[in-house]
Design a protein around this ligand. Sequence first.
Ligand SMILES: [Fe+2]
Length: 342
Amino acid sequence: MLYDFSEKVASCLDSKEISKFIISEAMRLIKADNISVMLLNNDSDAFEVITHSGKETYSQDIMRLQEGVAVSVMDAGKAKIINNIKSDSNYASKIDDLISVMFAPLKVKDRSIGVVKLGSRSQLEYAAEDLKIFAALASQAAVAIENARLYENLKDAFITTVHTLAETIEKRDPYTGGHTRRVTDYCLAIGRMIGLSDTDIHRLELAAVLHDIGKIGIRDNVLLKDGRLTDEEFEEIKKHTIYGEEILDHIKHFKNVITGVKYHHERYDGRGYPDGVKGEDIDITARIIAIADTFDAMTTDRPYRKGLSLEAAFEELKRCSGTQFDPELVNAFLKAFENKPV
Ligand SMILES: [Fe+2]
């Protein structure tokens, strides 16, 4: 029975999800009213309840009280039962409104990264057998949580590096300052509105950040030209989509990001570039970026023209819905903006 649990937690790379697994598994195996998973935040040196089974929020007093017990369990590195905690002078008057509690350290090798607390509001005696099961769950969850946290840190560092790279390139054109950041925000709003999976959201974020990376291959006198572009110059600008593909093609992690970058200037009616791909044959990330990119270009000031108002830009998106843009995604964008300005 613990086998399923081990498999589930070992294959999960989200520390909150792992905490939810441990809570539901402990609730199934041990009689309890409340379980919370607390991790030590190394920056603030305080405990953070990352997931708990109840609806209540924790007051500062209770947190402090818990910290005292939690710290002693962490330091000892051993799970502990406190039956009838209200009469235990070591632990002051109460912990929540629980009567019997168990604490188990989240131990990774010889170090604890946090504590799991489980408690009952009724007068029951937890036995050594309960503690054994609880400690076993906690120790399996600890390794998985630590792996997930390492993965999350790595992912954050990676996204930050990619943003920095994109913003460095953006600096060549002083009038587009902040464009990448805004396009990414708009894209994520659309992606969330249509319920993309976490994996697709990650892919969308990378493609949005990197959509114009190919501009690094465009000459300054074309890229930074103030006036109207000649046909020849426009043909050169168009190449930034292909250059983007060529640059990303070297990096394994970006393989599934390439279509989003390469096709962000394709049109829903097939009259875009570089390949004239049409409708849903255009990768969904590219269809999303097309809307976000155009919306930001329309609403920001340029040296030779003032940006449109939000309302005028929304009208323009609607006017081009079904020809330039995927109509469903335009609706999703308008809805996302309606709910909460991005
Ligand atoms: Fe572009």
